[in-house]
Design a protein around this ligand. Sequence first.
Ligand SMILES: [Zn+2]
Length: 141
Amino acid sequence: MIRYALICRHDHEFEAWFSSSEDYDTQREKRLVECPICGSAKIEKMIMAPNVSTSRRKKSTAAKQMAVMNEMASKIRDEIAANCDDVGDRFADEARAIHYGEKPERGIYGKASQTEAAELRDEGITALPLPDALTPKPKKN
Ligand SMILES: [Zn+2]
């Protein structure tokens, strides 16, 4: 959909939606586009200056969404750090030990190679890849 700012021959300004610029042309030729104020079908597109405020608003919305996502990611990171043990490179061993009941059940996170991850999967051990953004920063001990 395209929104056009239109103006009739009496200088009435109004806006109308069209599915495409061709749609606008067709409707205008058939005199289907009428000024809502005086009903005149003699209308023109208004020459518009680039709408700076709109693009600025869009940008700030994107920035806001980014901030919300960062906030969420940081909450999830904290949650993981608070509830799970960082087992580092021993992830595959620990996951296996927990799975086979050699160690008490608990949440863990750490590093696993592609091969290790595949082996765990084959053994029916659930391990989810953690995006960098959600991985807690290494604790400073
Ligand atoms: Zn008019």
